[in-house]
Design a protein around this ligand. Structure first.
Ligand SMILES: C=C(OP(=O)(O)O)C(=O)O
Length: 591
């Protein structure tokens, strides 16, 4: 029976494929496809792991002290029984044979299936046996990790691109942390859905950068959708259709072809300069997470990188944070890939939904806080770790010799933070000079993402060469809405008059002071906001490479001199969206 699940659309388009459920607790397990001639070896790994665990459990049982509670021994018997049950290891082997999953993935996929069956049981006792299966799987995964690794295993947790299968796959998960999302970047998945997350959560942002249809905040999706269900992901409407009828499927296949054609058409704009009807030149920059994203930025026609989220280099690491040389290599790679175009590197903006939890960072004072979005994050964290901060600054400055580097500081709000930041930059430069390491002078900019910064913009303009408006956080902090929390996502409103006034004020003041101003939050990549931002005087937009063409199309059809006439009235309205649509729409200025 067809079922529909609703969520928040975060990346446009239509994806049709078979569901692959990835348990959130298991996303750090390696997911990759094996070749047909690897199947027997992979099954051998499962067999080997099962033998190892059977030995472990038997030894535990044998060596159990006499005074141990009898339940313990009974529990070990249950675990041994589960271990040998066909529904666990037998079915795991089937995933390997039929779907070419690696052993770890196959095991976690089968755990998903079993956990669901247990959840649906009426009997409390049986329902509780789910924990036993989980424990056995945990042991098996540990045994697999200790045993011989697969010849095909890619670098930690990476998903290989080609699985040789015919059917397209879509990823369904309860939640995927932004860091884990990275491992799916180069993957086979044609679309994805998560139960949790807001439209501008970092998971959604990484998903958008993957340029595949995606929906977050779909609440029950991972419970309602089953492994191998056929699903349609409608990334425009935010709906997942499970087990669609042939007629619905046909309709969506048609829409899929249409959006592919549209995409091809837009791709032709790549070399067209972004100039409005009244001759205003607009700069379209790219947001990237890793140096590997730079070629896509060039390919999309970006004239530089407006935001390199350097914190993604700091995530997904089991050991230490990246050292100066490793960071330098990454920044240099991005700078060289951009072939002389500017690259704006933002210093680490960790915290909130971008945590470094996998590292043991207690010594870095990044512990759980009650309200992480308001805690020790971004520049606050950097200033609390001056040697780390200087190391990152040195690495960025060193990369300046290889192209045009700009430095961007996140989440400043206080004059004291600004002064401290410049002192540390000066110290990092001095250290490089003392060591005889070459670097060039770089422009330094501030993210305007805290309302206090937007309200105090003249102060920022005195210190900084340019400012970049981070609308994702600016909206979050202005409206007191956690951007990653789907339960309040209906209040996350970029059209709110308070938000628009802060943005308009920042743009106007920066232009008045002849300082560069851009917007690098998600609003910049949403064509629905392009006319209004142009009307406010914005001439520099930074967004995911995949969004550049549609924003450019809007720019080519806009007349800024006419649009600008509506700004005052729009900002004065208590419903700016309706107001601007009416004013500019009636005048035929929004296309
Ligand atoms: C660009 C922004 O930063 P991030 O999304 O990485 O927090 C923003 O807040 O708008």
């Amino acid at each position: 029976m067809t079922l529909q699940v609703f969520g928040l659309p975060v990346a446009r388009g239509v994806a049709i494929g078979k569901a692959v459920l990835v348990a959130s607790s298991r996303v750090d397990v390696a997911h990759y496809f094996i070749n047909a001639d690897q199947i027997e070896a992979e099954i051998g790994r499962v067999r080997q792991a099962r033998n190892t665990v059977a030995d472990e459990l038997s030894t535990l049982k044998r060596e159990m002290p006499d005074d141990a509670p009898p339940e313990l021994s009974a529990l070990l018997d249950v675990h041994l029984m589960l271990l040998h049950d066909e529904s666990l290891t037998g079915a795991t082997k089937q995933w390997i044979r039929e779907r070419h999953y690696n052993a770890e993935w196959a095991l976690s996929a089968q755990l998903e299936v079993l956990a669901r069956q247990f959840d649906e049981m009426d009997d409390d006792y049986l329902r509780e046996r789910k924990a036993d299966v989980e424990q056995v799987v945990e042991r098996l995964l540990r045994a697999l990790a200790r045993g011989e690794s697969s010849a095909l295993a890619p670098a930690a947790g990476k998903v290989v691109e080609d699985w040789g299968g015919e059917e397209p796959l879509v990823l369904i998960a309860n939640d995927i942390a932004p860091a884990d999302m990275l491992q799916f970047k180069q993957s086979v998945f044609k679309g994805f859905v998560t139960d949790v997350g807001g439209k501008t959560s970092h998971t959604a942002i990484v998903a958008r950068s993957m340029d595949i249809p995606a929906i977050v905040g779909a609440r029950e999706a991972s419970r309602l959708i089953r492994q191998d269900d056929w699903v349609i992901i409608d990334g425009d409407a935010g709906v997942v259709i499970v087990d669609p009828s042939p007629i619905v499927l046909e309709e969506y296949r048609f829409r899929q072809r249409q959006s592919e054609l549209e995409r091809e058409r837009l791709a032709r704009l790549r070399h067209t300069p972004a100039i409005t009807l009244d001759g205003e030149q607009v700069e379209l920059l790219a947001n990237i997470e890793l140096p590997q994203d730079a070629p896509a930025a060039l390919q999309a026609g970006a004239v530089g990188v407006g935001l390199f989220r350097s914190e993604f280099l700091f995530m997904n690491r089991e050991g230490e944070l990246p050292g100066e040389d490793e960071q330098f290599e990454a920044y240099r790679a991005a700078v060289q890939a951009m072939q002389g175009l500017p690259v704006t590197i933002r210093t680490v903006d960790i915290g909130a939904d971008k945590s470094l939890e996998r590292l043991s960072l207690s010594e870095l004072r990044h512990e759980h806080t009650l309200n992480p979005a308001l805690g020790l994050r971004a520049i606050r964290w950097s200033l609390s770790e001056p040697s780390m901060f200087r190391m990152q600054l040195r690495a960025i400055l060193r990369a300046s010799v290889f192209g045009k580097v700009r430095l961007l500081i996140p989440m400043l709000a206080h004059a004291g933070e600004i002064r401290q930041t410049f002192e540390i930059i000066a110290r990092a430069k001095q250290q490089l000079r003392d060591a005889g390491t070459p670097f060039l002078d770089v422009e330094v900019g501030a993210m305007i993402e805290v309302p206090a910064a937007a309200l105090m913009i003249p102060l920022f303009l005195r210190y900084f060469d340019f400012v970049s408006v981070g609308t994702n956080d600016l909206i979050q902090y202005t409206l007191a809405i956690d951007r990653a929390d789907e339960s309040v996502s209906y209040l996350y409103d970029p059209w709110h008059p308070a938000v628009l006034r802060l943005i308009a004020g920042t743009i106007a003041e920066a232009r008045g002071a002849s300082k560069g101003v851009s917007v690098c939050g998600e609003m910049a990549g949403d064509p629905a906001f392009t006319p209004l931002l142009l009307a406010m005087g914005l001439r520099s937009f930074s967004m995911h490479p995949s969004q550049i063409a549609s924003v450019k199309q809007r720019i080519l059809r806009s007349d800024t001199s006419k649009l600008a006439l509506h700004v005052a009235q729009t900002l004065g309205s208590d419903d700016p969206q309706a107001s601007f649509r009416k004013l500019a729409g009636d005048a035929g200025q929004i296309h």
